[in-house]
Design a protein. Structure first.
Lengths: 1155, 561
């Protein structure tokens, strides 16, 4: 093609595209960032498909597939699709008319050639599954069972099975139905669904997000998680081949190992996140188990990723009693912003089917429910096959007799086994039982699949609610731990019908396999007997991991109504194993087990964990009498003069006890504490000083005062004495603190004294703070002083007042404004005078819809994302101090990795310019003022009846407040200050917005998956030793460590920009390092673009510089240091990937720089 | 109003729409003279004699109105919408008596002008305050001031209110001079009058205050001016014609005298668990009670919720406590059914149950003392392996008995469903009443409705319900059609009362963009949209009344004596 012709063609197509875009955009809102391309072919062309796979359209809106949200197969190979055109909210004048469409591919061409509406008039059916001769489907508040009795393909019988599921936020209604291996219907519900359901077993409730388990035959409904325990939007449950449940959710890091959470209790514990990727939200999941897919992906999960228009593969790796997840190459990455893979199911032919909800807007609360850009007309089902692999033939299951159906458990196809089980559920229980018995006895124990087939058979008995102790016993002793684990779980299900479930559980709880032990704990938690907790606690004898510990903790709470009365009358012995008792009582944590704990502490010697831990528990929850005994414990009176490292822990527990319960030991506490002030161990000294203050121990004033005035004292100890003096109060304390606050000592020490002084005399403290500020030169100094005043009610006002007397340089005022921004404070009373002093006008601006519109247009036409990223990273905008991108950055505000796909550009603009206009859920800060005048702001992480827990996101510290000590509680909205972008030019603002809107979209600003190094450190000054190092000087010299190193974040694309890390005096040399914490030792692969002439060290050892370098890493922390000769290079940034190269190897890369 | 007004005479009472009370001669007193009437049926025209037509300013909208069950209303977004009447004399209230009426539903409690004349020195202004009070302030041409102010809290967000100001300035034999402010048909405040004319040069504004712009956010309907001072009876009649359940009914304080009866404008509220909730979807009991009531103007509000027990009636955020909820719907009769799920706690839980039920009834009694307690039904044997609850019927019986005792002690009516339904059938095979041993199937709802109506003293004629039939349907097609309309109305009520996406409507997400206009986040769309259901419900209720009147056996039939 001639150049000229190519140009003409290009221009012609551009013009056409522009016209199309203009037409498509004409009636749309100004927020529409891009033209719509509603043709399936356009969407198909946007797919980047993993090597070895191909995608075809299976069905679309032309077949009636409009807003497909979930899909399930029937045994005849038809695909049942729930379509919800009314989402998110139907009009009051419209009756509900969401529907179920059945698709079939009758000629095997890979395209649906039959489509029929099975049911309509439903209200947002977010869950469906075939079973018991009909279709289970959710509709509004109801779980329905629909049947087609006359065979015309349409539902003609509707039975309400359960109702009372609430619909507070329509996408969080019950959803994602799936059959568990034992015939239990599992489903999810989200955050605003407060459900209350009447069942023959009593009322069952699930408030907020969680999981339901329903056994239709017994009508037994159980709820798990809920309140604040769940992920906010669980959207999929899948069982692996051995019945292990995995839950996925539309949350960051949304993959969970569900088993430890399947314990009904009100006790708060988070479910187990087994994936650490943020900013990606998953929806709809299946496990690959078919010969039509390559061996490499067998057993992997496939799930839709709704925010970034992708479909992912995940590998489940066993770790201890649980799992962890690794993300694999994405199956599909789309450039099409409407591609929303909301469900993924392997089909009868072995192809992977993807339900594509097709919508440019997914959010329920980021955009108006009535946003005209929401699509209500389209939807697709995509079909993905593996190139070169034949599809599998679906057996004619519907015509099979019972015995034939049972024999399908030999099939390597998960789909066939699952559907055979469904059909067996419809057969007569007695006939199924007899046929199973015959089949099980005819199986060859030497068959490699033998135990797996037994597990499947056990599941059929479970579904039919036929208790089969012999098969259970056989599997409890199976060779394969996965079979033993499954059978152990069945003890829980059948516990009300087994002769002695406790005896069975006792054996399984001591199984060598942690998975089996975990199942034993979860099963025990379902057994309403006093001894169930004794059986569960056996697992403490063998190594514990987080899954076991959490499950056992929940079992303790779930079973307390049974074990506590037995304990009180001395009927529980825990086989006289103190460790078991200690775990149970510690997990219980309530005061009513104090007595038992105290005697445990008394039964062992200091240094013995049983003694130390029990004592700490008594210290934490005991009353005056118990605390007096704690003070007398040998741990605080060592005969050999050596202090135990646990002593400070015991003291700290008493401090926490005081803060929560105001408990003070009986007797002379001054005499008890005085010797501790002389210990060598500074931790013990500090803890004792803190207690002296909290307990108002006037007798120790002289000692405390001496420490406060001792400039040589260990800072940790000395700073504690300031607080203690403030606790004691009075003029003597005031004088002592003023002396330090106005001394010539470091601002760090003075700030601590000012903070303490502020509690006694706010105006004087404010004057001292103002004076200190005038001498401050660094960000850290200013932040220390400001923090001291912020912690006090009225502190900012007093400081503002004092500043009128002080002469603050404009630059210092700027530092102060920056410190306030970073701390999420914008109290106008202090902000405004500082802004005046700084000579800059910074502050809130009035909402301006015209500006939003105009800026949106500019962003689209002229925004430069690369320039925008530079603005994002600049000191001026300071975004990174609060926001992470793909995990790298601050944690004050939300991670922005996919903001571009989650929000229309208009909302991005509004969120930047008017941060308080709408605050992302979970990011509304709360300010607490205590009756004692303390002030603390942060996010509420738990709000219990008696106490409130706040996390200060700027320091990541957690604060507990007993409710009775809270004077005032106020929601203060976003911590993001108004006016952060005021210093930017219009072009900079435009570019910044453009960068944000690109984040997550396909292209250079989509955060790459995988172990990319995102957090680096660079030295403030390049150490001489490193500057001069000759190539032959192999080892990295020790001398490079001491200098200050500063944190650096990589750019969205993964590169650390060299321009940012080149210091002026460094010449052509740049130095950077990163840390990796190796969890499981093994082989790793370091990939880097560091140019020739650079040097790399692993810890102290030199590494050969290659693009790809394999290393073996022992567990623990490792540092990779790079010295780059920038003069020789062509790259603009340094990028590194550290990925596991051998089985099981696992490392964590730092994702955050401490503030 | 868009369609001509009709009066439907049924029995001794007339079902009259808004205009009936305002304009027809059926009322006992002399009809007040209307000097201006803005009905907002798609425009801001004045249907009164002066033709003071107004124009919509900003984004005004009109949608179906529940007031009087017909016509449209004025929808104001609180940001830029109001109505302006430019005619020089519009809103001149003169020197003599006058009355000013307006229906409002605020969606935000703020200081907002309702009807106003004059700026900057307001000649007169009717407005709301953030504390939920209503004010009228006027400066007359003589410089005198007329001011009247309701107590705070009389106006609530999300609820219709009828405000009527009546000013008697000419002394007459029958009435002393004075200004009276009525809210929802009840006198809320009075004040002395001031001499001088209430005229001004500036345009009349509806839905907006003075020049600083305090826009009203919500719905407005039927702004009426009268050249007379309306009396309490007129006001009550106007209130009832607009929304019959709005005016507090004094008879709600008087318990039933041992027998059940329904009165004109009664609002019957059902409370209970899933079976009570499902009863509204079946519609049988409501149809029977409608047909057998002397007045067809009885309103039914099913406020049962799955999982409700006497111990806990869980409601999502901002529903408010029972007395508040019951007042909002104007409850005058309460039919409560509890004890079924509670009985699973066994006899050991009975004392707690009685205590909790009494507490709950204390709550109800704050609003109405006309209460019926319905016993639980017996459990049915359910198929193994689900638990056979019929084994626990002895306990259900104990709970039923206890409820009967509570009713006795508190002088409430009691419907015993347990005893008749626990009897073996007199003939033929017993048909299951439940789907799972607890929850009524269609036949169960039918059987329970008939039994309840019967025990409430409402006989059910054979031409309406065939006593032998096991099919849940009315014999008469008209009655069956009525039942279907009842179901349709209840479906709207259910989605109005506990709507999907509550979090964005009234919950913890109202500040999110979701419930706001996609182009102007200052404006909310959701509450406005949901209020359309209120109009649909009232219209359906008028239709139900029409249909009941046309049902042969229904017409004129009274209660069983």
């Amino acid at each position: 093609m001639s150049k000229m012709l190519e140009r003409i063609l290009t221009r012609a197509s551009c013009v056409t595209a522009a016209i199309v875009a203009a037409v498509a955009c004409a009636p749309r809102s100004a927020y529409a960032a891009e033209a719509d391309h509603d043709d399936p072919d356009t969407e198909l062309r946007s797919f980047k498909v993993a090597e070895g796979y191909e995608v075809h359209l299976f069905a679309s809106e032309k077949d009636g597939i409009v807003k497909p949200v979930q899909m399930r197969w029937d045994p005849a190979g038809r695909l049942w699709v729930a379509c919800i055109p009314s989402y998110p909210q139907r009009k009051p004048t419209e009756a509900p008319d969401d529907r179920i469409v059945v698709l079939a591919d009758t000629d095997g061409a890979g395209v649906a050639n039959y489509a029929s509406v099975f049911a309509r008039g439903l209200s947002l059916p977010l869950g469906l599954e075939l079973g018991h001769g009909g279709l289970y489907v959710s509709s509004g508040t109801e779980l329905l069972h629909l049947k087609d009795n006359n065979g015309d393909g349409k539902a003609d019988e509707t039975r309400v099975v359960l109702r009372g599921f609430f619909t507070g936020d329509s996408h969080q209604n019950i959803n994602s139905f799936t059959w568990g291996p034992g015939g239990e219907l599992m489903f999810c519900q989200g955050l605003h669904a407060f459900s209350h359901v009447e069942t023959p077993w009593g009322n069952q409730s699930l408030e907020k997000a969680g999981i339901w388990r329903f056994r239709p035959r017994t009508m037994r409904l159980e709820s798990f998680l809920g309140r604040d325990r769940g992920p906010q939007n669980p959207w999929g449950i899948v069982f692996d081949d051995w019945g292990q449940p995995i839950m996925i959710a539309g949350n960051g890091q949304g993959i969970y190992y569900l088993l430890p959470s399947l314990i009904q209790t009100d006790h708060f514990l988070d479910p187990h996140q087994i994936w650490d990727r943020n900013g990606i939200k998953l929806c709809g999941v299946d496990v690959i188990g078919t010969r039509a897919m390559p061996p490499t992906i067998q057993g992997m999960m496939v799930a839709g990723s709704i925010m970034d228009n992708s479909v992912y593969f995940f590998k489940l790796d066993e770790t201890g009693s649980g799992f962890k997840v690794r993300q694999y190459t994405p199956l599909i990455v789309s450039m099409h912003s409407s591609f929303r893979a909301v469900d993924a199911k392997v089909g009868p032919d072995g192809a992977i089917y993807i339900a594509d909800w097709y919508n440019p807007i997914i959010g329920h609360y980021q955009a108006s429910l009535r946003d005209p850009n929401r699509d209500h007309a389209h939807g697709r089902i995509w079909r993905i096959t593996a190139k070169g692999l034949p599809l599998v033939q679906r057996p004619a299951l519907a015509s099979f007799a019972i015995a034939q159906l049972i024999d399908q458990f030999r099939s390597p196809e998960r789909w066939v086994r699952y559907q055979a089980k469904r059909l067996l559920a419809d057969k007569d229980a007695k006939a199924v039982g007899e046929a199973l018995d015959t089949w099980v006895h005819a199986l060859d124990p030497a068959d490699p699949q033998y135990e797996h087939m037994l597990v499947e058979a056990l599941g059929v008995y479970e579904e039919q609610e036929i208790v089969e102790p012999a098969l259970l016993q056989k599997l409890l002793g199976a060779r394969d731990e996965r079979a033993r684990a499954y059978a152990t779980g069945v003890i829980g299900h059948w516990s009300d019908r087994l002769d002695d479930p406790i005896a069975l559980l006792e054996r399984q709880a001591a199984d060598p396999s942690p998975r089996v032990r975990l199942e034993a704990v979860v099963a025990a938690a379902q057994v309403p007997l006093p001894r169930a907790i004794e059986a569960a606690a056996i697992v403490v004898d063998l190594p514990m991991d987080e899954f076991l510990a959490n499950a056992l903790t929940q079992a303790v709470h779930a079973l307390k109504p049974y074990w506590k009365p037995a304990l009180d009358i001395g009927q529980l012995s825990f086989a006289n194993k103190p460790a078991r008792m200690e775990f149970v009582f510690k997990a219980d944590g309530s005061a009513d087990v104090l007595h038992t704990l105290a005697s445990l502490a008394g039964s062992a010697k200091p240094g013995d964990p049983v003694h130390d831990n029990s004592l700490r528990l008594v210290a934490a929850i005991g009353g005056p009498g118990e605390l007096a005994a704690v003070l007398n414990d040998p741990i605080l009176h060592p005969t050999d003069g050596r202090s135990s490292s646990a002593a400070a822990g015991v003291l700290d527990a008493m401090a926490e006890n005081f803060r929560m319960h105001r408990a003070i030991p009986a007797g002379d506490v001054g005499a008890a504490l005085r010797p501790l002030l002389a210990w060598n161990d500074s931790d013990v000294r500090r803890s004792a000083i803190v207690l002296a203050g909290l307990w108002r121990t006037e007798a120790l004033r002289t000692e405390l005062d001496a420490i406060a005035q001792d400039a040589k004292a260990v800072p940790l100890v000395r700073l504690a004495s300031f607080g203690a003096l403030a606790d004691l109060g009075g003029n003597a304390s005031r004088t002592s603190l003023i002396a330090v606050a106005s001394s010539k000592e470091s601002l760090h020490v003075r700030a601590a004294a000012i903070e303490a002084l502020a509690r006694l005399d706010l105006p004087t403290a404010a004057s001292a703070a103002a004076a200190a500020l005038t001498q401050a030169t660094t960000d850290a100094d200013v932040a220390d002083v400001l923090d001291a005043m912020f912690k006090r009610q009225g502190g900012p006002e007093a400081l503002a007042n004092a500043l009128t007397q002080a002469k603050l340089a404009p630059d210092t005022a700027k530092l102060a404004l920056r410190a306030m921004s970073s701390a999420g404070r914008q109290d106008p009373v202090l902000w405004d005078p500082l802004a005046r002093l700084s000579g800059t006008a910074i502050g809130p601006r009035a909402y301006d819809a015209t500006l939003v519109k105009a800026l949106a247009t500019e962003v689209a036409s002229a925004g430069n994302p690369a320039a925008g990223e530079r603005v994002f990273r600049s000191q001026m905008a300071n975004c990174l101090s609060c926001h992470a991108v793909g995990g790298a950055g601050g944690r004050v505000g939300p991670d922005l990795a996919t903001i571009g796909t989650a929000m229309p550009v208009g909302l991005v603009i509004e969120s930047v310019l008017w941060p308080n206009k709408q605050v992302k859920e979970g990011y509304t800060a709360t300010l607490i003022e205590t009756k004692a005048g303390e002030v603390q702001q942060g996010y509420v992480i738990s709000d219990e009846q008696a106490s409130l827990t706040l996390r200060d996101p700027t320091t990541d510290q957690t604060f507990h407040f007993p409710k009775e000590q809270i004077k005032r509680r106020k929601e203060i909205g976003s911590l993001m200050p108004d006016g952060v972008t005021d210093g930017l030019t219009r072009a900079e603002l435009r570019d910044l917005i453009r960068f944000l809107t690109e984040l997550g979209k396909p292209g250079p600003y989509r955060i790459a998956a995988g172990p990319v190094v995102r957090v680096w450190e660079t030295p403030e000054n390049i150490p001489e030793a490193l500057r001069r190092i000759a190539p032959e000087q192999a080892m990295l010299p020790d001398s490079i460590d001491p200098g200050p190193w500063h944190g650096r974040y990589a750019m969205a694309g993964g590169e650390l920009p060299l321009a940012e890390i080149m210091s002026a005096e460094g010449g052509a040399i740049a130095v950077a390092r990163f840390a990796a914490e190796v969890v499981t030792a093994g082989g790793f692969r370091l990939k880097t673009n560091a140019p020739a002439g650079s040097m790399v060290w692993l810890d102290r050892r030199p590494l050969p510089l290659r693009d790809v370098q394999d290393v073996n890493l022992a567990s623990g922390l490792h540092t990779f240091t790079f010295r780059i000769d920038a003069g020789k290079i062509g790259v603009s940034g340094l990028s590194c990937v550290l990925e596991p190269a051998s089985a099981g190897a696992e490392a964590r890369l730092a994702t955050r720089i401490g503030r | 109003m868009s369609r001509p007004f009709t009066t439907i005479a049924i029995g001794i009472v007339s079902v009259s729409a808004w205009a009936a009370a305002a304009q027809t001669a059926t009322a006992p007193t002399q009809q007040p003279a209307v000097s201006a009437s803005w009905k907002f049926d798609g425009n801001a025209d004045d249907a009164g004699p002066n033709g003071w037509n107004g124009k919509g300013m900003g984004r005004v909208a009109y949608s179906d109105s529940p007031i009087g069950g017909q016509g449209q209303l004025l929808s104001l977004n609180g940001v830029d919408a109001c109505v302006q009447v430019d005619q020089p004399a519009a809103g001149d209230l003169g020197e003599k008596d006058f009355s000013l009426g307006i229906w409002i539903l605020p969606l935000e409690m703020r200081s907002a002008g309702l009807v106003q004349r004059g700026d900057p020195k307001a000649a007169w202004s009717l407005f709301t305050s953030p504390n939920g009070s209503v004010h009228f302030v006027a400066n007359t041409t003589t410089g005198a001031k007329l001011a009247i102010e309701s107590p705070p809290g009389v106006i609530e967000v999300g609820r219709w209110h009828f405000i009527l100001l009546s000013v008697q300035r000419t002394r007459s034999v029958s009435a002393a001079a004075g200004a009276h402010l009525y809210i929802d048909g009840v006198l809320a405040a009075n004040a002395p009058v001031a001499p001088g004319a209430l005229n001004a040069q500036t345009p009349l504004m509806i839905g907006k205050g003075d020049g600083t712009g305090t826009f009203f956010n919500g719905l407005i309907d039927e702004v009426q001016m009268y050249s007379t001072a309306l009396g309490a009876e007129d006001v009550a009649r106007l209130t009832d014609a607009g929304l019959p359940w709005l005016r507090p009914k004094p008879w709600a304080k008087e318990p039933f005298d041992g027998r059940f009866s329904l009165r004109d404008q009664d609002v019957v509220v059902f409370s209970g668990g899933e079976n009570t909730l499902a009863a509204q979807q079946a519609g049988y009991l409501e149809t029977l009670l409608t047909l057998r009531s002397p007045s067809r103007r009885v309103f039914f509000r099913d406020m049962a919720w799955e999982g409700d027990t006497v111990f806990e009636q869980w409601r999502i955020l901002n529903f408010g406590p029972w007395p508040y909820q019951l007042r909002r719907v104007g409850a005058t009769v309460l039919i409560a059914q509890f004890g079924q799920m509670e009985s699973l706690r066994g006899k050991a839980g009975l004392a707690d149950f009685v205590n909790a039920y009494n507490k709950l009834l204390d709550d109800y009694s704050n609003v109405t003392r006309r209460i019926v307690l319905v016993s639980p039904i017996p459990f049915e044997r359910s198929p193994s392996p689900s638990p056979d609850l019929s084994a626990r019927n002895r306990e259900v019986a104990a709970y039923a008995l206890a409820i009967g005792e509570i009713a006795n002690q508190r002088k409430l009516l009691f419907v015993d469903l347990f005893t008749p339904l626990a009897q073996p059938p007199t003939s033929g095979q017993a048909q299951p009443l439940t789907r799972d041993g607890i929850h009524l199937n269609a036949y169960g709802q039918w059987a329970v409705a008939r039994q309840t109506a019967q025990q409430l003293g409402f006989d059910v004629p054979a031409d309406i319900v065939n006593p032998q039939s096991q099919t849940p349907a009315f014999v008469q097609p008209a009655a069956q059609a009525l039942c279907e309309e009842v179901r349709r109305k209840n479906a709207i009520w259910l989605s109005y009362w506990r709507p999907t996406n509550w979090a964005f409507l009234n919950g913890d997400r109202v500040s999110q963009p979701s419930s706001r206009d996609p182009r102007d986040p200052r404006v909310r769309w959701f509450p406005f949209e949901v209020q359309e259901s209120a109009a649909m419900i009232h219209r359906a209720e008028l239709k139900i009344a029409d249909m009941a009147a046309a049902t042969p056996s229904g017409a004129g039939a009274g209660e069983k004596k």
